[in-house]
Write a protein that binds this ligand. Structure first.
Ligand code: XMP
Length: 434
């Protein structure tokens, strides 16, 4: 491993992630570990130069006072006790509230006390991961479900570099992707990066399963279950697969809450594959935050449109084509979404607005087109900003842009005669409509 490491010990503070990110911003790698880390676990971590005991307001957890394990005190490593509530602890430094002062305090500890090297960067990360993947996988085969989302795309790019010929990527087109997405996956991964890519056209299969199903939960269940079935069928056709690539990232592992000992979550269920199909996981992004995943993707040569892709729900357009999905409405949804994305890009809003998309309801309204009565669907535009998707505010779009979007959608999208803008923040609304 190339990088020095500072461990942030989780003593029940909500600021673990913040501190780890501040350390990484100073160019030094940092990981968060539970307060009861054992001597063995600590010894297994490479290049640890110091430990931050991140105490603070929640040191009593579930009614129990908690402290760092003996292993930490016995390690001989420099310790820094962070007390960001100003709790009085004799002879221990307080944790400054101001960002700049915090940086200075961290800087002093990391560089002057621990003598850590600022050698955390994407080139070193990628070089390390390639070594680690090769060590883990050996000459065995790896399978990856490549959705085209940021995380799975970056995992694919890393695995191609590390063990390209041993990797098979499976891209399932369930018919609920945005315009141009399946084509981009094939273009980038198969044509440009030379991946072994199995492209599965499962559009008819999914739409048939979804026919007449109007209940949102039911739709989600069908899409999820069918996805696993298709993936499993493809996996069974391949011989000798022992590993499954996963786009797990650090926030999936570290809870932002104050659960201390329960900090490390169990990993996502591996797509619910059947018992007899147990693979070992390869998760090269599991220590990265989302912005670092994007930086890694760019460093590996993925296009910006892929790396800065907006969040997109697993069930895709299926939860934006309200009620029972029909092909004509789905098509109108896909086309209107493409126009919206194009207009946002032209207006310089791409990457500035957190998430924006269209929704199509399952009712029609009366309008006039070419001097005749029309009876067509409306399209709803949603554009929101958020930090963590738990709450969201509505983007204040400029009128000229709204007019242009309305004009283009009503002129270019077959079967649509109205455009509405959803002004509802979350809460009360959710970001998606289903
Ligand atoms: P809501 O609608 O709950 O959405 O306010 C919050 C964020 O989560 C995304 N979302 C999903 N993402 N699988 C996903 O990976 C899903 O089933 C799913 N449902 C909602 C949504 O797009 C928004 O960014």
């Amino acid at each position: 491993m190339q990088q020095d490491m500072i461990v942030v010990l989780d003593l029940g503070s909500e600021q673990n992630t913040l501190i780890a990110r501040e350390i990484r911003a100073l160019g030094v790698y940092s990981e968060i570990h539970p307060h009861d880390i054992t001597q063995q676990q600590l010894a297994a971590l490479p290049n640890v130069k110091g430990i931050i005991l991140n105490g603070g307001p929640n040191r009593v957890v579930d009614g129990k006072a908690i402290d760092a394990s003996r292993a930490v005190y016995n390690s001989g490593l420099p310790l820094f006790v962070v007390d960001h509530q100003g709790e009085v602890q004799p002879s221990l430094p307080n944790w400054p509230q101001k960002e700049e002062a915090r940086r200075d305090a961290l800087r002093g500890f990391i560089f002057d006390t621990c003598h850590a090297q600022p050698n955390w960067n994407m080139e070193n990360f990628i070089a390390d991961q390639i070594d680690l993947i090769r060590q883990q996988v050996g000459n065995k085969k790896v399978l990856l479900a490549l959705s085209g989302g940021v995380d799975s795309s970056v995992v694919a790019a890393l695995l191609i570099r590390a063990v390209g010929p041993q990797l098979t990527c499976v891209h399932v087109n369930h018919g609920l992707l945005r315009k141009g997405e399946p084509e981009q996956v094939v273009e980038v991964f198969q044509k440009q990066l030379g991946a072994n890519l199995v492209y599965v056209d499962a559009v008819d299969r999914f739409l048939t399963k979804l026919e007449g199903v109007a209940d949102p939960e039911q739709k989600r269940k069908i899409i999820g279950a069918e996805f696993i079935r298709v993936f499993e069928e493809e996996a069974r056709k391949l011989d000798g697969i022992e590993f499954l690539g996963q786009g797990t990232i650090y926030p999936d592992i570290v809870e932002s809450g104050t659960k201390t000992a329960k900090m490390v979550k169990s990993h996502h269920n591996v797509g619910g594959l059947p018992e007899d199909m147990q693979f070992a996981l390869v998760e090269p992004l599991k220590m990265l935050f989302k912005d670092e995943v994007r930086a890694c993707g760019l460093a590996l040569g993925l296009p910006e449109s892929m790396v800065y892709r907006q969040p997109f729900p697993g069930p895709g357009l299926g939860v934006r084509c309200l009620g029972a999905i029909t092909r004509d409405r789905l098509e109108a949804l896909r086309e209107s979404d493409a126009i919206l994305r194009e207009e946002f890009a032209n207006a310089g809003l791409q990457g500035k607005v957190w998430q924006y998309f269209t929704i199509i309801p399952d009712f029609k309204s009366v309008g006039v087109r070419d001097n005749a009565r029309s009876f067509e669907w409306p399209v709803i535009v949603r554009a929101v900003n958020t930090v963590d998707a738990m709450t969201a505010t509505v983007e204040e779009l400029a009128w000229p842009l709204m007019h242009r979007i309305t004009q283009r959608i009503t002129q270019e999208v077959k079967g649509v005669n109205r455009v509405l803008y959803d002004l509802t923040p979350k809460p009360v609304g959710t970001i998606e409509w289903e």
